[in-house]
Design a protein around this ligand. Structure first.
Ligand code: NAP
Length: 317
């Protein structure tokens, strides 16, 4: 059983802990929060564990794996500290806010080859993601349009004059970092690293992108990514192959995959984080270096593209 410690006590951490416990490979043993009450309340709502408000004590505990779901700009430094304390790490997307942060993590992992670090890009581990992957690696591709736009639960507060972390440039917020990254994962896994990429954002007054469109150039075809946090879109996503079109109801929440009128796969997950939790547990307990290398290489390519997209839009964190 892997001892799990968590950083951040928001709803996503609760969902991950539920998924991790459902695999029967993790037990929650430590919860870090800036506030004792938040840590205790989290424990009361999830499972018995020790509450910590000092990071050194938390990282000095006997946890095997640290899951990080703090604001984006804290991910890299907290992951580095966890590696330094000889813990495996699972970090919420986006793993890093800059290319330099990725390099530092890469270097740290080269020095600690027995430790694994995973970016929790949950949909990549789902069955339907593989269904699409099988299609794109078998068929000629002539282009794609991938969409993920959701009205943020924090947007009303932003409109009322508050500055939630996800809309704050100091915490590396914005649509590309929060939702666009799912689409970049899609594109890189399904089509590879593009020759060129540009991002055209619409900026909010805080300085982050509220929505935007990215164009990824693959030479023979191009892929359009549409993302946003200020409106809801029910546009399906499409991958074009000659006369055939593969359709997904949503490029980051892959429920139904169709090839023209034929349903290839349909899957509604009760907890969409279970597949990733199972993958991480299997890789860590089985010391499966290939499983880690595969995920790390994909993350590396995704963050190269993310960096190009940010640079093209002057989105510097
Ligand atoms: N995979 C998914 O489906 C999914 C869904 C949602 C979010 N996420 C990712 O999860 C991460 C957290 O998202 P969120 O919406 O929960 O973020 P958040 O509410 O801004 O912060 C998450 C936690 O971080 C701590 N925190 C908040 N502000 C902080 C600050 N100024 N300094 C230090 N710690 C602070 C808080 O925990 P304490 O008060 O206990 O310290 C809070 O519960 C993000 O990276 C996001 O992209 C992933």
């Amino acid at each position: 059983m892997l001892k799990l410690g968590v950083i951040g006590t928001g709803w996503i951490t609760k969902q991950f802990v539920a998924a991790a416990r459902a695999t029967n490979a993790f037990e929650l043993t430590a919860v870090y929060s800036r506030h004792e009450e938040s840590a205790q309340s989290f424990i009361n709502q999830t499972a018995p564990a020790t509450a910590y408000t000092k990071m050194d004590d938390f990282l000095g505990s006997d946890v095997d794996v640290v899951y990080i779901a703090s604001p984006n700009s804290l991910h890299a430094s907290q992951a580095l500290a966890a590696l330094d304390a000889n813990k495996h790490v699972i970090v919420e997307k986006p793993l890093v806010a800059t290319a330099m942060e990725f390099e530092k993590l890469d270097e740290a992992l080269h020095k600690k080859t027995s430790l694994y670090l995973f970016e929790a890009a949950r949909h990549v581990y789902e069955h339907n993601f593989q269904v699409v992957n099988d299609f794109t690696h078998r068929q000629q591709i002539d282009g794609a349009t991938l969409t993920y736009m959701k009205y943020s639960s924090k947007y009303d507060a932003f409109l009322a004059g508050k500055l939630p972390n996800v809309f704050n440039p100091e915490f590396a917020g914005g649509a590309l970092m929060d939702l666009g990254i799912y689409l970049v994962y899609d594109a890189v896994a399904w089509f590879g690293v593009p020759d060129n990429a540009v991002y055209l954002p619409h900026f909010l007054k805080s300085g982050v992108d509220g929505d935007g469109v990215a164009r990824l150039d693959y030479g023979d075809f191009s892929v359009t990514l549409i993302t946003g946090k200020t409106t809801n879109s029910s546009l399906p996503s499409e991958i074009y192959s000659g006369r055939q079109t593969l359709t997904m109801d949503n490029a980051a929440e892959l429920v139904t995959i169709k090839l023209d009128d034929q349903v290839l796969s349909t899957e509604k997950l009760a907890n969409p984080m279970e597949a990733e939790a199972a993958y991480f547990a299997k890789a860590i307990t089985g010391q499966d270096r290939n499983a880690f290398d595969k995920a790390w290489q994909l993350a590396k390519e995704v963050h190269q593209v993310m960096s190009i997209l940010r640079t093209s839009a002057n989105l510097d964190f």
